[in-house]
Design a protein around this ligand. Sequence first.
Ligand code: FE2
Ligand code: FE2
Length: 244
Amino acid sequence: MISCEQEEIVEKYSDHFFSLLNVSVDHEIWHGDLITRLKSASVPRQELKTLMLQYYFYVKDFARWLEAIYGNAQSPFEQAALVNNIAEEKGRGAPGEKPHAVLLAELLAKMGIDLDERALPLAKTQVAYSYFNDMSKNNAAWQALYAFGPGTEQISDLFLEPMENAIKTEYGFRGDIDYFLVHKEETEKEHAIAFKIAIASHLESLPPSERGFRMEEGLSITLAAVEAHATFFSGIQKLLTTLH
Ligand SMILES: [Fe+2]
Ligand SMILES: [Fe+2]
């Protein structure tokens, strides 16, 4: 539950969070060929397999990244932003839940993708992976909070929904797909709010004269995170174009 006090400090920085959202959703990758084709469910099976295998390489360590940020956290606010999220990632959110990486592996199996194949991450998948790996482990927690909150959780519906749509249509899967179900927009927005509370608390902890500069830094980190996602998707887009 979010307290009134937490709501108030997030509200205090609402213009800042609004501008972080705006720069993230405006990125051209979300209007690019791959996402557009996923939205209209016109990506053939073989291409979906390529995308989802690379996506697995990209996100398989997400829980570990959140744990690394937790380890670097300097304040209880920063840690609190991550606790539920880590539990959910590791399948401890509710009885019977599985780790998200397992749910993704199960989806891949249903799609006929063999994880044991000797497939490797594309160079651009590796670049994007390294950005988040490094950001989570080798940076201050407040920096990582911008990359994983406004730069990721806040906008993940921009790629998760098109992916789900294309997979369901191509494979004729009925009902919910567990991996996408645990990443529904509402859940991701809740995660994003937890990150916002931590960021706002962090800004409040600074002398007022430093907050403006810190917010500018936060904006450039958010942009860099979105750029990393764009690098991942543009790598797939480029590969698929050459296969056409
Ligand atoms: Fe997840
Ligand atoms: Fe999330």
